[in-house]
Design a protein around this ligand. Structure first.
Ligand code: NAD
Length: 258
């Protein structure tokens, strides 16, 4: 079904675990050339790469802290040096940073949340843009940028997560501008917007709490990272979504229906 992803060059930020790692695996199975990115080198990197490289594609690890604009540029440069260009960019890096209600928010926390969730995606996309454009011209098809939003981008976020929700809403909004001004470059921009997924993102909750929260969703449980991965393949594949741009695909078990 995703045959056209074979050999495609895919950069996935924040992908050493959780939703990002499941996406790396899915693209590797589809025969793509993938860069897994993290701020730190994972302890089990060698074993992880050996496993991922046995799935049918080619996977490398590129270390970069995408909260730092200079590192965003270096990450794109390193990827292009390795694979010769970029066909697909997935801006997955993101997170709460912490939970702080409004009275406790200071400049440092504001910067940390917005740098990780908003500025990172902007800066990596900015640096990747010429390469995505060149790939579209070379391939004669569209290149694809996928943002990772959140149910919090609609609802405003849970306790102490207002800045996180706002940073994700910013992404939900800015992709409209990118669609308006960069579709001519042969680039599509779409968003995968997860609901509540069982990853380290929810490490502050025990299993009983997760089960109780999940029971309130129509699907009755948290999502699993591998249940999000096929949506990335769909938006990456020109054959599947070549005429789809500027859209948000909500992968949330019915938790929120915009
Ligand atoms: P996770 O915490 O399991 O994984 C986050 C990944 O990002 C890790 O690989 C980590 O190394 C990387 N990362 C963090 N900071 C980084 C930085 N500065 N530079 C580079 N990499 C960095 O989280 P997850 O649940 O897999 O979340 C993935 C994406 O999905 C995030 O954007 C998150 O906001 C979004 N999301 C998650 C949920 C959820 O319930 N899990 C819900 C909505 C949206």
């Amino acid at each position: 079904m995703f045959d056209d992803l074979k050999g495609k060059r895919v950069l996935i930020t924040g992908s050493t675990q959780g939703i990002g790692l499941a996406a790396v695996e899915a693209f590797a199975r589809a025969g793509a050339k993938v860069a897994m990115n993290g701020r730190r080198i994972p302890a089990d990197l060698e074993a992880t790469l050996a496993r991922l490289n046995g799935l049918g594609g080619e996977v490398v690890f590129l270390q970069a802290d995408v909260s730092d604009s200079a590192e965003c540029g270096k990450l794109v440069d390193a990827f292009v040096e390795r694979f010769g260009g970029i066909d697909v960019l997935i801006n997955n890096a993101g997170g709460l940073v912490g939970r702080k209600p409004l009275p406790e928010i200071d400049d440092e926390f504001f910067d940390a949340v917005t740098d990780l969730n908003s500025r990172s995606a902007l800066m990596v996309t900015k640096h990747a843009l010429p390469h995505l454009k060149a790939a579209a011209e070379r391939n004669g098809t569209t290149s694809s940028v996928i943002l990772v939003g959140s149910v919090a981008g609609y609802t405003g976020g849970g306790p102490g997560a207002g800045l996180y929700g706002a940073a994700k809403a910013w992404l939900h909004n800015i992709q409209k501008n990118w669609v308006a001004f960069h579709t001519k470059d042969g680039i599509r921009f779409n968003m995968v917007s997860p609901g509540t997924f069982d990853t380290a993102f929810h490490a502050d909750k025990d299993e009983d709490t997760k089960a109780r929260i999940g029971s309130g969703f129509p699907m009755g449980r948290f999502g699993r990272p591998e249940e999000c991965a096929p949506t990335f393949l769909f938006f990456a594949s020109h054959a599947c979504s070549g005429y789809i741009t500027g859209q948000v695909l909500d992968v949330n078990g019915g938790q929120y229906m915009p």
